[in-house]
Design a binder for this molecule. Structure first.
Ligand code: E4P
Length: 217
């Protein structure tokens, strides 16, 4: 499973990328707005900090304008993936940009039907939002299972990018189902690393070691 960071915070991205666990980054207009900086500069910096795909989202809602914005974003760096909303206009723009060789991430996916259309439109990634579905009492992880089953039936190459991840169990459940990617806030990646028994165990080992007076080097 690939791990993407769902943030536009370049400091967080650099820190976590240094761990060697970050395969890519996803952003959206709200995350870019939070930085208070110019989108083109933020995306260019993120693309330089991470080797893998970096999703940059258009804000146009009409096909022609989506194409223009998508082509402009793609020119920022070789690893930009153009993110489009899963609307009729977005599906049409996805088909056109994909035929130009531009990778597209279709975002704001909330149903198996939308995911089926994303694959048919040639999307490189589809982003089902598990957390936002859970928020309204729908089964976010159930959606992932449905999409994986459908994609498997037809050998679609579109990757399932689990988005709107809120906690480590979303990542674990998605991994058990075999989802291709999970994009998560930095806090969730840190939560995956940490365990109180690891901290307690390490403290015990180090205390016992100190009593020996030895050093390894
Ligand atoms: C996906 O690419 C989105 O940026 C993101 O996962 C949305 O998450 P949220 O529901 O926590 O805003």
């Amino acid at each position: 499973m690939k791990f993407f960071l769902d943030t536009a915070d370049i400091t967080e991205i650099r820190q976590l990328a240094a761990l060697g666990l970050v395969d890519g980054v996803t952003t959206n207009p709200s995350l870019i707005a939070k930085t208070g900086r110019k989108m083109s500069e933020v995306i260019t910096e993120i693309c330089a900090a991470v080797d893998g795909p970096v999703s940059a989202e258009v804000t146009a809602t009409e096909h022609g304008a989506m194409l223009a914005e998508g082509r402009t974003l793609r020119k920022l760096a070789h690893n930009v993936v153009v993110k489009l909303p899963l609307t009729a206009e977005g599906l049409r723009a996805c088909r056109d940009l994909s035929e130009e060789g531009i990778l597209v991430n279709l975002t704001l996916c909330f149903s198996p039907a939308q995911a089926l259309l994303a694959a048919k439109a040639g999307a490189a990634y589809v982003s089902p939002f598990v957390g936002r579905l859970d928020d309204v009492s729908h089964d976010g992880i159930g959606l992932i299972a449905d999409i994986l089953e459908i994609y498997d039936n037809y050998d679609f190459s579109t990757e399932v990018l689990v988005a709107s991840v809120r906690h480590p169990m979303h990542v674990i459940q998605a991994a058990k189902l075999g989802a291709d990617v999970a994009t998560m806030p930095p806090s969730v990646l840190r939560a995956l690393i940490n365990h109180p028994l690891t901290d307690k165990g390490l403290a015990g080992f180090l205390a016992d070691w100190a009593k020996t007076g030895q050093t390894i080097l």
